[in-house]
Design a protein around this ligand. Structure first.
Ligand code: FPP
Length: 264
């Protein structure tokens, strides 16, 4: 697959960190909960593992489409802190899939300028997977195209706990005064602290909840729920989510009139 280059640079818009590169009306950061693999398999009388394997195609499609449209960051929820509760066989299969996918895709992602990053509690993962993640990150570091963030063993509550611990250590060491802790410092201590906040959240599979994904970061994100199961998720579904996003007025607490008048 060959991605088209990112479109030209655009002036900064609210809701993120740093200068925006995505074209106007295009989300800078898209975050996706890929749900419905198990149900997709069950309706075909296939094992759940077949659903997870079928989930690879829409991952590729989403990466390609987001790069083509000028999205800067795509974050995919691949395995939650709570997914450890699944049967060991399914957890093992998912870990194997992640290993294979990293091995198979990293060169092509890198050739297409994608920078890969993993977020989540790495200490809970097998050493082999941790090593491959670190290698894939090292191989793609500094690439200037789409940033692809894969959340593995990730939970929004875990993220807040690790940020609180980090700030508490700084206070205990005397490097930070408790009074200096504000929203910006908490945001910066989170796993995505250096990236713009998600503009568009998509969840497939029909359920309307955020399931412990990016709890802090989703405060002002536009939510889009899609009934299609993840293996069925297509470029058309993604296009419809982008169109819905472009049609929404984001007010960030202001009035519609203020937003229409533009920055003063
Ligand atoms: C949720 O569907 C899906 C997952 C827990 C795994 C997602 C993994 C993939 C799409 C595989 C490839 C991913 C990468 C990044 C290489 P579910 O099992 O909860 O479905 P259900 O709600 O129908 O049971």
């Amino acid at each position: 697959m060959a991605f088209e280059p990112n479109p030209p640079v655009d002036p900064p818009r609210p809701g993120g960190v740093g200068a925006a590169r995505a074209p106007a009306g295009v989300p800078r950061h898209v975050a996706i909960i890929m749900d419905g693999n198990g149900r997709w398999a069950a309706t075909r009388r296939l094992p759940r593992s077949a659903g997870h394997r079928a989930g690879i195609r829409p991952v590729r499609m989403s990466v390609e489409e987001c790069a083509k449209r000028g999205v800067e960051v795509l974050t995919l929820f691949a395995f939650s802190s709570e997914n450890w509760r699944r049967p060991p066989q399914e957890v093992g299969l998912l870990m194997q899939l992640f290993l294979e996918a990293i091995e198979r895709e990293v060169d092509e992602l890198s050739r297409n300028g994608v920078e890969l990053r993993f977020i989540g509690e790495r200490g809970s993962l097998a050493e082999e997977l941790r090593l491959r993640m670190a290698n894939a990150e090292a191989r793609t570091r500094g690439n200037r195209g789409l940033k692809l963030v894969v959340a593995v063993a990730y939970g929004g509550r875990w993220d807040l706990v690790q940020a609180a611990r980090r700030l508490a250590r700084e206070c205990a060491d005397g490097r930070l005064a408790p009074e200096a802790i504000d929203e910006a410092r908490i945001g910066a201590a989170l796993a995505l602290g250096d990236l713009p906040e998600p503009d568009l959240f998509i969840r497939t599979g029909g359920d309307r909840r955020v399931s412990n994904f990016l709890l802090w970061n989703l405060a002002y994100t536009e939510l889009c729920f899609v009934d299609a199961l993840w293996p069925e998720f297509s470029a058309e579904h993604l296009g419809a989510a982008f169109a819905s996003f472009a049609a929404r007025q984001r007010r960030f607490g202001m009035t519609g009139e203020q937003v229409e008048a533009g920055p003063c």
